[in-house]
Design a protein around this ligand. Structure first.
Ligand code: DAV
Length: 490
């Protein structure tokens, strides 16, 4: 145990004051995701997609590695600084080919030299650690399967999670990501060896990754068919073995919430429930996300009801993927409010990004009042300021081609945190351990969130009704969707 009495691994919530964090690395031998039963990646730009096939398994370009590495290095510098300066600026973004307003955060040495329009934030120094460099172009195989390459180490969030004083390695579901946690192994072992009495280093048994683990027909379904089957919550992994990605989990002290998704099955949620009996594990479902993968672009707790500022407990929600009424009830009755994330500033996606434009809400909290967001996301910046937060901003657009954004690129190891009870008003019975065939799709009315305030993501933009995610596309294809009716009459 270190001298201040807190174990070196200690993170119970999403918002405790951050002390130590791992920031991912764009290694020179980072690869494009290969096609496999858990992944059929696509190129987003139709011109490029017409010209080349998905370059699965090949090494990413040196230029792309350089750009992502520079943004990750800058992110580390901002986290490491005691003081930063947030400046507003108009800048030409070469990727977007349009002018966007940015709120750029810069590291400053001397807080007295502030310019007129700047704000200086004292934020406290955060220690950053980096994964070990690896050659991801090497193939991997197991009994009955093989993958031409691996992926990269930009997103430790997907493979690793701290739950209290436990370091947990996720099983993963993509074959190309089988060994990805090895990039963090040196860090995990060092932390565990520093304090083996209080720090637990743990993993769910690795699945077989055999063909029998996947619903192979998943990728053959059209969006319309996926929409028609949404009630079944069946994605590309089946239930033969426990499976989860760490990024499907969000922590609120004694309660953790785990999204059922393409990367997390019911068996994985059951494994978490029986292996963390001191916590209350809640499965969560977002029926309008037809291709769900990771909760951190969908449902992001910002601060607990007991926090100092204004309207108390807040969770940022994605109004294209509203939570279920039945599951949101726990939050409401414990004093939390749902806050609609505004429409992203950038609805186009870099050509090789496999994430939605909702990376806009993929933020990392540095404490209950401060978070890091992408520098172009001015609509989110304004909503957060309005609710009493002090957001700081970094450029992270080049990371989007590497599977994620700001939250994805991190693994928080130590926060000023404890096993707080933010949901005292509940009778916890983990009925999901026994329940089969969950089929509820009755979602909250997002038009009544934010006290009636809504930035409607389905309004016309440049003549396009609905702006591109698979969920909103499906709701356009299926005009009877309750979601589309609700949004269009808003
Ligand atoms: O909305 O596409 C992406 C999360 C990446 N780790 C989304 C979720």
């Amino acid at each position: 145990m270190p001298t201040n009495g807190t174990p070196v691994v200690n993170a119970w919530t999403q918002w405790g004051r951050l002390e130590t964090v791992v920031v991912g690395r764009a290694d020179p031998k980072s690869c494009h995701l290969p096609h496999e039963p858990a992944c059929h990646a696509e190129i987003n730009d139709p011109l490029i997609a017409d010209a080349i096939d998905w370059p699965g398994g090949s090494v990413k370009s040196a230029k792309s590695v350089e750009l992502a590495s520079a943004q990750l290095a800058n992110f580390c510098a901002v986290l490491e600084a005691e003081t930063v300066q947030v400046k507003s600026q108009k800048a030409f973004d070469s990727e977007l080919k349009r002018e966007v307003q940015k709120m750029r955060t810069e590291v400053i040495q001397n807080p007295d030299t502030k310019e007129k329009d700047s704000r200086v934030l004292q934020k406290g120094r955060i220690s950053t650690l980096r994964p070990t460099e690896m050659d991801w172009s090497q193939s991997v195989s197991g009994p009955g399967w093989s993958s031409t390459s691996q992926y990269c180490a930009t997103c430790p969030r997907d493979t690793m999670i701290t739950i209290g004083n436990t370091i947990l390695e996720a099983t993963m579901s993509k074959r190309s990501r089988y060994f990805e946690s090895l990039a963090c192994r040196e860090i995990s072992l060092k932390l565990w060896r520093q304090d083996p009495e209080h720090v637990k280093f743990w993993a769910c048994p690795k699945p077989s990754f055999a063909d029998s683990m996947y619903h192979k027909d998943f990728w053959e379904l059209s969006d319309k068919q996926r929409y028609e089957r949404m009630r079944s919550y069946k994605f590309c992994v089946n239930e033969t073995e426990p499976i989860f990605d760490a990024a499907d989990i969000t922590r609120c002290g004694k309660d953790i919430f785990v999204q059922k998704s393409m990367t997390t099955n019911d068996s994985g949620i059951k494994w978490l429930t029986s292996h963390f009996p001191e916590l209350r594990v809640h499965p969560v479902h977002f029926p309008y996300d037809l291709y769900p993968s990771h909760i951190d672009c969908t449902f992001v707790p910002l601060r607990p009801p007991s926090a100092d500022a204004g309207d108390g407990g807040l969770v940022l929600i994605n109004s294209e993927r509203p939570p279920l009424k039945s599951e949101a009830e726990l939050w409401r009755k414990n004093g939390w409010k749902l806050l609609n994330a505004p429409l992203p500033a950038q609805t186009d996606r870099p050509p090789f990004s496999q994430s939605s434009y909702w990376l806009s809400m993929n933020l990392l909290s540095l404490g209950p009042k401060t978070m890091v967001i992408e520098e172009n996301e001015i609509p989110l910046y304004n909503v957060l300021v309005e609710h009493g937060f002090d957001p700081i901003t970094v450029p992270m657009r080049h990371m989007y081609d590497y599977g994620g954004g700001i939250h994805c690129s991190t693994w928080d190891i130590k926060r000023e945190d404890s096993c707080v009870d933010c949901f005292p008003n509940q009778e916890y019975a983990p009925k999901h351990l026994y329940e089969q065939n969950f089929s509820d799709i009755d979602v909250v009315d997002v038009t009544s969130s934010n006290d009636g305030f809504l930035i409607n993501p389905l309004t016309d933009i440049d003549g396009i009704c609905g702006v591109g995610t698979l969920a909103s596309k499906a709701s356009r294809d299926c005009p009877d969707s309750p979601f589309s009716k609700k949004m269009r009459t808003a």
